[in-house]
Design a protein around this ligand. Structure first.
Ligand code: NAP
Ligand code: SF4
Length: 678
């Protein structure tokens, strides 16, 4: 331990024998997609160097493939390929020579988007694009040699170590589990054979890199597969990879194809650390825990409990590269906290064609392109609207040196964030609001709440420029009976300003329709803040740890007392516009609670009897006592038009600019970019 008053365990160095980590927080691996874009290595160098300056003890890069079968994208097997990686290792070591950087060797096996993909057996993954080619014995030898060569080249490129990912449904893990390993040779069948590939990969990598190099093995400590790894198998694998030369074992939870959320915002903070804690007791090398550890106090707590030696934070380092320094200096109230939304990071990764960034920090992965430089001459700028766009603009512009007055008609800052924070499972939005409240004070932003701005007032006050971030107004569809007393606007439903009946129709099934369905069907404590509730809802057994960690029984989600129908006019399946990596969890939860989902609806009339519709041409009455309207938004631009007419230099951002499909990601990104330029 160190003498750090608040985080003594976080700031204790860790001796690895041949080297030392300066503290216990590492930046976990996140694929950025930058490897494949123009100037990608320069951009990655800047991205990692910024995190090194921000105080982490160690960085693990996004995955790099050992060969072409392993996945599309950046491969490392030759000295020529290693040269471009020097940009990264040099930048990180120049930023702070005490920060270690390890390269993740990623072999995605059956999840590689190529018909040449390989696996233990020809078993297609539920989420894979191709049936993998079963490896021959010679093929296995080649793959193992490629792991070793990749590690050798990583060392040549200046990395301090490598991480071998042996989990998630990627190549190595397909050997471990019976359902993907149907082999009858020495690489399949009994457990000793199934774990052989993993152990051999570590042994050959260690042989290739020598003793004074970090080798991390990422283990499936809980794969969440029915019939997955038993706990004694996890233990014996961990001990075997340690004996084969692993210097650190990193615990990973869940194959990508398993229907259990492990990192989404509905997962409680540090939910899986106790599993790492059990593994820590049976190995001698340090272990890493991860998943939903997004603030320094959470990291300190799991370290202090003895659950882990190191804490991996991947997404939190996108959200705030300076997280560790802020913790060290007692500035944790300035941390821009990862809210586990996945909207700009993993959703982009899995879309296959979008570059990764961060909803709360659009600079992430744009460090060479989006910079908030101090201004030469400060302007007086009024920002109207303290929602996501207004807050982002005000913060960045004030940080650059402009004099900002932030005006909102409401009594608190936050706009739509104040709705989001009330949805069970979205409690992390409180952190975003805390961050912005602190930024307002820190950057000397003048905040005027309960104030309705108009052109005369703004002109009289002599602002140089005005930024209009007045947001949206909910759309009121033109349907007979839309003003019937049983009709409730989503804002009133979420803020609890109108009573909601027992039989509810939700009109509109976008992000907000789903949020409202969650809110009105939710009973009891949110699983996001209670690990026992979360475990029950998703069928996880942390204590007995059956195979895969999952009980196999249908998760116990209480059916809602309310009868709820969620509907849209489109004939598609509901929820298609939700996040790629999280949408399925929302659909599953609502299904389990008994919410009816109906597409292809034509709204006809709302009256005392309920909501009259036509579904696929058939007239139908939903006999409900409340209709909640979640039919999207229209921009609120009256002030902008007024300011334009008055000749004031005016900018428009966020929902007021474009309400269609607007979300906080686009609002913050657009506002931050404008603030970087004014
Ligand atoms: P949205 O995603 O655009 O959905 C609007 C819904 O209203 C759609 O289901 C649409 O379906 C329906 N609709 C549109 N015009 C209508 C009309 N004239 N009459 C009746 N229904 C109509 O908007 P939102 O749900 O309000 O969400 C706003 C933004 O916040 C979105 O970008 C959303 O992604 C984001 N958000 C995301 C999440 C999340 O990802 N978890 C959560 C909350 C909010 P039909 O046209 O088929 O009827
Ligand atoms: Fe975290 Fe969301 Fe940013 Fe991803 S996009 S790093 S989940 S805040």
């Amino acid at each position: 331990m160190t003498g750090h008053a608040r985080y003594p365990h976080v700031f204790a160095p860790l001796d690895l024998g041949h080297t030392r980590l300066k503290n216990r927080i590492l930046m976990g691996s996140m694929h950025t997609g930058l490897e494949e874009v123009a100037h990608g290595f320069e951009r990655m160098a800047a991205y990692y160097a910024e995190r090194a300056r921000g105080g982490v003890g160690m960085i693990i890069t996004g995955g790099i493939y050992p060969n072409r079968e392993a996945g599309r994208g950046s491969k490392l097997s030759t000295p020529e390929e290693a040269e471009q990686h020097r940009l990264i290792t040099n930048a990180v070591h120049a930023a702070d020579p005490d920060v270690k950087i390890c390269m993740q060797i990623l072999h995605t096996g059956p999840l590689a988007r190529t018909p040449d993909c390989v696996a233990a057996s020809a078993v297609k993954s539920r989420i894979g694009s191709h049936t993998p080619n079963a490896l021959t014995e010679e093929g296995i030898e080649k793959q193992l040699d490629d792991f070793a060569q990749c590690a050798r080249m990583a060392r040549f490129a200046g990395y301090d170590g490598v991480e071998i990912i042996g989990s998630a449904g990627y190549l190595i893990s397909t050997f471990l589990v019976k359902k993907t390993n149907l082999r009858t040779d020495d690489w399949g069948g009994p457990w000793e054979n199934r774990m052989r590939f993993a152990v051999e990969a570590v042994r050959r990598v260690r042989q290739a890199v020598g003793p004074d190099f970090i080798v991390i093995f990422r283990i499936s400590a809980m794969d969440m597969l029915e019939g997955g790894l038993a706990w004694d198998e996890v233990v014996s694998l961990a001990q075997a990879v340690e004996a084969a030369g692993a210097s650190i074992i990193s615990t990973h939870f869940c194959w990508h194809e398993a229907p259990v959320p492990t990192i989404a915002t509905m997962v409680p903070r540090a939910a899986f650390a106790s599993v790492t804690g059990r593994l820590r007791k049976v190995v001698s090398v340090p272990v890493i825990t991860s998943n939903r550890i997004n603030m320094p106090q959470v990291a300190e707590d799991v370290l202090a409990r003895g659950d882990t030696d190191l804490v991996s934070m991947a997404r939190p380092m996108l959200a705030d590269p300076e997280l560790v320094n802020k913790a060290r200096d007692g500035r944790e109230d300035q941390i821009n906290t990862c809210i586990a939304c996945n909207q700009a990071c993993l959703d982009h990764t899995f879309s296959g064609n979008q570059q990764v960034s961060c909803l709360v920090n659009p600079r992430a992965c744009n460090e060479t392109l989006l910079n908030y430089r101090p201004v030469q001459s400060a302007k007086r700028i009024a920002v109207i609207g303290a929602g996501p766009a207004g807050l982002a603009f005000a913060t960045v512009a004030a940080q650059r040196g402009h004099r900002i007055t932030l005006i909102d008609a409401g009594s608190e800052i936050g706009g739509q964030f104040n709705l989001a924070k009330r949805i069970p499972g979205k409690e992390e939005f409180h952190e975003t609001l805390r961050y912005y409240r602190r930024m307002i004070v820190l950057h000397g932003i003048t905040l005027r709440l309960n104030t309705r701005a108009d052109a005369a007032m703004l002109k009289a006050e002599g602002f140089d420029e005005v930024v209009v971030a007045t947001g949206i107004q909910p759309r009121t569809p033109d349907i007979p009976g839309i003003h019937h007393p049983k009709v409730v606007a989503y804002i009133d439903a979420i803020l609890g300003r109108q009573p909601i009946g027992q039989r509810v129709a939700i009109m509109g099934a976008g992000g907000i329709g789903f949020d409202v369905a969650e809110l009105v069907t939710h009973q009891g404590t949110s699983g996001a803040v209670d690990i026992d509730v979360f475990a029950r809802e998703w069928g996880i057994d942390f204590k007995r740890h059956p195979r895969g960690g999952v009980t196999g029984v249908v998760p116990q989600v209480a059916k809602s007392d309310r009868e709820v129908i969620l509907m849209q006019r489109k004939a598609d399946a509901l929820g298609k516009t939700l996040g790629r990596t999280t949408g399925w969890t929302h659909r599953l939860v609502l299904n389990r609670r008994g919410v009816q989902m109906v597409g292809g609806v034509e709204y006809l009339l709302i009256d005392d009897a309920g909501l009259h519709v036509r579904v696929n041409g058939e007239p139908k009455l939903f006999a409900v006592d409340t209709v909640i309207v979640c039919a999207g938004q229209t921009p609120q631009r009256a002030l902008y038009d007024e300011l334009q007419a008055a000749g004031l230099k005016t900018h428009l951002v966020g929902g007021a600019f474009e309400a269609a499909e607007l979300d906080a990601k686009r609002a913050i990104d657009q506002a931050s970019r404008l603030a970087a330029e004014v």
